[in-house]
Design a protein around this ligand. Structure first.
Ligand code: CA
Length: 232
């Protein structure tokens, strides 16, 4: 999951980014409201929605307040889930944030485990799922615990393999370009090799069988809808 963190406090920003990376999130961090707005309105590609799956937004920010960023995003039709991070333990701020289109909030100082759990819940809701575990045929994947099983047997995946499989499994039938998958996996400061996504796809096919991820030549990759026969 690709996440935008908008936070001007260096200590909080550092610790949140580090903790979320360890949880397998790809995190881009900006430190003022203008940069936050610019990044959050970026799109993932032609005809695609927002580049981020989730925005973590501080309210007290230099150059443009978090509330203003949020209102502007929603006014521009950006529907990315937004979780407000606020040091101000004032009910009025949280109410204003929720009314301006935020999906959830946490009051600082917050527990990083709770933050990750709320992020998973928001992602689930954005994907239209109530069930916390992603299932596809015999494969089950739990984004919160990062456990994967096939026919009930645990399957070990690297962090990147896990991120890739969860993006693909969350939207069966959606064809992803390599560039779109890269965006889901890597933040700005990660080094990305030229055929990295292909290497992970190859590893996943070895572990689950080649039918799981179909290559649409010249377009990208898809986990086929289950109604269709996975076939070839
Ligand atoms: Ca702040």
């Amino acid at each position: 999951m690709r996440v935008l963190l908008v936070e001007d406090d260096a200590m909080i920003g550092d610790s949140v980014k580090l903790a979320l990376r360890q949880e397998g999130f790809a995190v881009d961090w900006v430190q003022d409201g203008e940069a936050g707005l610019a990044a959050a309105t970026q799109v993932g590609g032609p005809g695609e929605g927002a580049c981020y799956d989730l925005v973590l937004l501080d309210l007290g920010l230099p150059r443009r307040s978090g509330l203003d960023v949020l209102r502007t995003l929603r006014a521009r039709g950006v529907s990315t889930p937004v979780l407000i991070l606020t040091a101000r333990d004032a009910v009025a701020d949280r109410v204003a944030g929720l009314n301006a289109g935020a999906d959830d909030y946490l009051v600082k100082p917050f527990d990083l485990q709770e933050l990750a759990a709320r992020m998973h819940a928001l992602a689930r809701r954005a994907e239209g799922r109530a069930e916390p575990v992603l299932s596809y045929g015999a494969i089950s994947l739990n984004p919160a615990t990062r456990e994967v099983t096939q026919n009930g047997e645990p399957v070990h995946l690297s962090a990147r393999e896990f991120s890739l499989l969860s993006a693909l499994m969350a939207r069966p039938g959606k064809v992803w370009s390599v560039a779109q998958l890269q965006e889901r996996l890597y933040s700005w400061d990660d080094e990305v090799g030229s055929n990295t996504v292909e290497v992970y796809i190859h590893a996943l096919r070895k572990k689950f069988g080649a039918a799981l991820i179909r290559n649409i030549r010249g377009v990208g990759y898809v986990v086929p809808r289950l109604e269709e026969e996975p076939g070839d």
